[in-house]
Write a protein that binds this ligand. Sequence first.
Ligand SMILES: [Zn+2]
Length: 300
Amino acid sequence: MKSYFKKEMALLLTLLALTAGCGREAPPAEEGKIPVAASFGAMEKLTEAIGGDAVSISVMVPEGIEPHDFEPRAGDLIRLKQARVFVYNGMGMEHWAEKALQSAGAENQVVVKASEKVAPIPLEDEEEREEHGDYDPHTWLGLSEAKEEARAIRDGLIAASPENRDRFMKNYDTFAKSIDSLQQEYREKLAKAPRKELVTGHAAFGYLARDFSLTQESVEDAFATGEPPARKLVELIRFCRAHHVKTIFTEEMMDPALARTLASEAGASAETLSTLEEPGSEGYLDTMRDNLEKIDKALN
Ligand SMILES: [Zn+2]
């Protein structure tokens, strides 16, 4: 998160930490199921798609907390230690993972770094690199990348529970087929769209943009430090006008007023996309279909 958001977010985090208190303890794993710790929402959803009823997932980054800003507490480490499998994205998304794994000191735990085999997008912006490392960490928001991550999760679950091999293989095949058809459907739709410019809340959709040959501009980047924010904002508004951008996207964890103000300046409307960074009720495929429907509408 960039500085302007960071201040508000830091305050919000403090408030949430105070009010959340002991509410962060997850219920114990259901009997007979494989206890899995997933780092944040998207990892939960992908694990759910492959593990189905055989797994009991506890999400480490709680609702309302930005995964980029998360710091595990003692209770989180206990849950991590109790998990048979730990699923995290990697690629700089969970800066805390290595240390937490060391502190938790679980034995015979299967650790799945889901992004292991994803072809990374290098970050060019100096500030982005400071924030996230060398690569864009939002791999799960690309469909083919998510399929790759689901495969890594499948293999991790099989390693932890070989007796469930057939079930995990079958769930993966079903998931992979759905991903392929969703990708095919929106490749055709978005290829015909007259607009190719996707304006997002924070730059989380780089992999999706790569998969569908779109370009991404983010509202948060317009608040980058080191440059007068007014100038960057004016540039973004000009960009939106020049490309007849219809929709400026925002996210669940962002202040909607900002996108709305920008949108009205640019003659656009504001709409919410899910980055799957929060634990949510909808599954991965439903969430992404919903995102793609909104993007398709915005670009047509
Ligand atoms: Zn993010």
